[in-house]
Ligand binder design. Structure first.
Ligand code: ZN
Length: 296
């Protein structure tokens, strides 16, 4: 087991999370930029964000993404991973990739990663307390044709795909794409575990994670990371360290008030970095992450 391999800490800065659990979820472009710079100083190698309106609603405008990526790159060498930023649950493959294509037209706004969610699922929001569904018709659709477009286009743009598996079925699709030469090694593979309001992934438990790892394609160079959408990564991070993985963590998934009062993303990264060091690994610098993932 590569126990001393640098540990990539990726920030899951905000998703579309509101501020009921933690007031420090960054929303405005300047909040996101300041958050990314602080997270880099705290030891994060990659910063994943969604542009948001001042009231927290999704902001899909290209100019907002251009502003954020440009300002982060001016102030930090942290690797940048925006969401596709177009229509999350609909749109053609070309429409969904349009913002990323435009960001790549200028080196100053070119990110390092684009997401590749390797399957489809019901993505309804459920109230964990009452057990009732708040939405009943949200399907996150990624047809094989769409995924082939993304998998081809993302490397052509000079970006690393952030290949996401929400279940074993997604992992099988990843393996099939690797066999077809559509996903190159080393793969950066993110396991999207799900808790709380989301049932779209495996549970955010050791068993939920290891049942995904059981189906990791063998004999392939894969650097895997894990997040818990709607839940805490705290109970898993020791196991992830030992099993040779990396972590994607932040206020977008969970308020993390168990590690401090209203922590910022940088506080969460500082906590995770200290934990990882106690487990015998060290947080990867952005350059070490580039080396592990073969990003030029
Ligand atoms: Zn996201």
């Amino acid at each position: 087991m590569p126990s001393n391999k640098p540990f990539i800490l990726e920030v899951r800065a905000n998703e579309y999370t509101m501020r009921g659990g933690n007031l420090n979820v960054p929303w405005t472009p300047d909040e996101i930029v300041a958050d990314a710079v602080a997270c880099a100083e705290a030891g994060a190698a990659i910063y994943h964000f969604h542009a948001r309106m001042p009231d927290g609603k999704p902001d899909h405008r290209l100019q907002t993404y251009q502003y954020i990526v440009r300002r982060i790159k001016e102030q930090s060498n942290i690797l940048v991973h925006p969401t596709l930023g177009a229509i999350a649950l609909a749109g053609t493959a070309q429409e969904r990739l349009a913002n990323v294509e435009a960001l790549c037209a200028d080196p100053a706004t070119k990110p390092h990663f684009a997401p590749l969610d390797m399957g489809s699922t019901n993505a309804d929001v459920r109230d964990p307390e009452s057990g009732r569904f708040i939405t009943e018709d949200k399907v996150y659709t990624n047809t094989t044709k769409t995924l082939k477009h993304f998998a081809t286009r993302i490397p052509q743009l000079g970006l690393k795909p952030y290949v996401m598996s929400w279940s074993v079925i997604y992992t099988r699709q990843i393996e099939a794409f690797m066999a077809m030469g559509l996903i190159d090694e080393p793969v950066y593979l993110a396991f999207n575990l799900a808790e709380g309001h989301s049932m779209a992934g495996h549970p955010g438990t050791i068993r939920g994670l290891t049942s995904l790892l059981d189906f990791l394609p063998q004999g392939r160079r894969i650097e895997w990371t894990a997040c818990v959408h709607g839940g805490s990564l705290v109970p898993l991070i020791g196991a992830i360290c030992q099993l040779g993985g990396h972590a994607s963590i932040g206020l977008g998934d969970h308020p993390y008030i168990e590690i401090g009062s209203q922590p910022s993303n940088a506080d969460v990264i500082t906590w995770a970095g200290e934990f990882v060091r106690m487990c015998g690994r060290a947080p990867a610098t952005p350059n070490q992450a580039k080396e592990l993932l073969n990003i030029s």
